[in-house]
Design a binder for this molecule. Sequence first.
Ligand SMILES: [Zn+2]
Length: 503
Amino acid sequence: MRRSATAAALLLVLVGSAYAQDTSSALGPVKDGTLPSLTTIAGQGMMDSHAFAYLTELSDDIGARVTGSPAMWQAVDWGTAKMKAMGLQNVHTERYQVWKGWTRGTAEMEMLAPRKVRLHVDAMGWTGSTPEGGADGAVVPVNLYQIDQEVKSSADWKGKVLLVVTKGSPPSDRSALFAKFGPFLRTARQAGALAVIGGQGGAPSAGMNLTHTGILGFSEDFAVPVLSMTREDQGLLQRELDKGTDIRVHVNVQNTFTPGPVEAANVVGEIRGSEHPEQVFVVGAHLDSWDLSEGSTDNGCGAVAVLDAARAIVSAGVTPRRTIRFVLFTGEEQGLLGSFAYVKQHEAEMANHLGDLVLDGGQGPIEGVSLGGRDDLLAAFRPFVKSLGSFRDLTLDDRIEFGTDTGPFSLQGLPGINLDNGSDEYRFTHHSAGDALEAVDPDVLAQNATLMALTAYWIADRPDRLASPWPAERTAKKFVDTHQDGMLKAFGLWPFGRQTGGN
Ligand SMILES: [Zn+2]
């Protein structure tokens, strides 16, 4: 990932001329000649959608597919077979390594005092175990908003279960708080804490008696067991603690780490461009999932949208001027590992990339497009977004999304374009036992896949090249200006060097 100053200067020279073209054309599909092809693709996408059939196979025949697990490899084989069957070119897998593997085991908790109550918990990914058979301990609160103070009394944490709470006013810099969570967990382990409750970093679960698993950093694991507890049970514990009740629990958590590195792979297939096959636009979503259910909404929906977008374009019998490369990433849930690996493996080709397009917001309808920091592309995008108005009025902005596989492309100065599809239900299904096929509406999925196909094709086929990478300095400045740099620096992901962009 790290780009040296010399390489950055070279890149500046290479892209200098293409850079001037970025804003040259603001024609939409009606005027730029892409409308006939887009109309045919829309027909294929909406009249012959395969998306829900794909999602049913992925959810029910494979199910949960944690990065590095046998099920992930099954999903990789499945995605490869689908790409080949629909006639994509250069279908292959690209291997990379994950720092270590992890398998979920037991997670049980029972309140023993002041009365017996079964508490609902699940382990966060890549976190550890209690002694075999579990142990009993007192529950003590740790205020995340005063975490610097709290860790000073970590000597008192031996044999305790730490409940993360948020009391008082939050510190102004939330991302700094997130960055302190990992060091807090390491201190808890060193102090001999039995477990930490509060996998969401202090925020309660969504409710409906659901837990939400997930990773606690980028490529980070923690020996202390970290638990997500249902909102209902966490509320009970907090009310008891507020009353001054002494709470004792029995906790038993057993997970297994696999020594690393562990193999993983992205799945790649292409529609080669007719005029500029060397110029590549990536269309992607992550194929891996968490393991409390089938992973249909996160991100089965995105993965099958990528596949059905490809199928719709192939079936329409049209060929874009530039190459569309469809990528099913893995390792997203452990810190965007697949997309970081892609960017690294294709480093020499990055100047020829136009950006990437990602769908990873769950089961809701696409309501907007975010251009990943590239404000210079807003004008070019406006008429295209308007042309989709018969689906619905879509919003358009240049927001950077670092919570999914757009992040590594945005760091390269390319537009990491996110299709924004939030929904009220997603906060319940996200990484929870509710993340199953029942949560997905086939009509919405077909529409989302079609919108993905249209966006991809329009970008790859428009007469002018949409984008070239920004120089590193300009990208760094954009990340600083939008306050994204603090979090990236805290997690060791800042590739621009300390001197670039200040602080
Ligand atoms: Zn996701």
